[in-house]
Design a binder for this molecule. Sequence first.
Ligand SMILES: C[S@@+](CC[C@H](N)C(=O)[O-])C[C@H]1O[C@@H](n2cnc3c(N)ncnc32)[C@H](O)[C@@H]1O
Length: 305
Amino acid sequence: MTIFVAQTKVDDGMNDNRTQIWTGDDLTDAEFSAITELLRERRQFDLGQYKDRCIRRRIAKRLRACEIADFNSYLNRLTLDSDELDTLLATISIHVSQFFRNPGTYQILEQKILPELIQQAQKEKRKKLTLWSAGCATGEEPYSLALLVDDLKSNDVDISVVATDISKPVLEIARKGIYDKGRLREVPPAAMLNYFVERDDGYQLIERIRQQVEFKHHNIMTAEEFPQVDLILCRNVMIYFTREEQEKILTRFASILPENGVLVLGRSETMTGVIRNYFKSEFPVERIYRRTAEPVKLSALVETA
Ligand SMILES: C[S@@+](CC[C@H](N)C(=O)[O-])C[C@H]1O[C@@H](n2cnc3c(N)ncnc32)[C@H](O)[C@@H]1O
């Protein structure tokens, strides 16, 4: 007996009683390419550098959510319905996050890394430091940084936080700064009291902190301009990219960080290959790296353009 049967093809692509359960492995290469093409053409989003299996599983998730058994119907829908195309993009670029995710990392940032960056700027008589959350999702990461900065209160050095993501819908959510309790689990009680206001739909970060983060749309895989920064948090983003793509991005990070600038990756992300010449590991468990003095090789950068 077959439990999961793809039933007859229908045209509207929605809500009939078909029972195909997509897993992702069942997408043919031609079907996968059709989606790749559409996202490239309409959203300038290149799936080529993402790990194939992750993407297939996420496409399957949308097919299941739309209750579509016939791939062509889904392709039709994607062509006609720009909301579904955005939803697919948001599903592919998964955006789970949390305030102070991996609290140990934030403790080190607060107690060691940020004070040191401030001291160095003071010594060099620089008035500004920029922190970049690349792949910021719904804002928990850059706002966590902004909370640390608010607490450090450096009078003579202005610290700004820039936050970027490829998904415009998640940036909209981020700008509002409203979160449910699950996302706030690691926020200390005193910070909850000082910085959040309870509302019917969750807890909103106070306006003063929201205004300290500048949210922008940006794709870290393209040759778009990278901001000049002193610290980069790029956590749980590159895990979905091929190793080749990761190396290109890390090379570009190295090219914009000054000597002693800081890079923080996700706890399950690692640095391999030539990139290790540009960074020394300072806190291995927390994946905190310092930029070395090694100049970035131009040939490595040309490939990324
Ligand atoms: C799992 S979230 C990580 C959020 C946060 N950094 C953290 O660790 O909690 C990954 C984010 O990376 C973003 N992303 C994926 N591909 C990207 C790209 N090419 N450029 C910029 N952001 C990207 C996704 O949209 C998503 O919001």
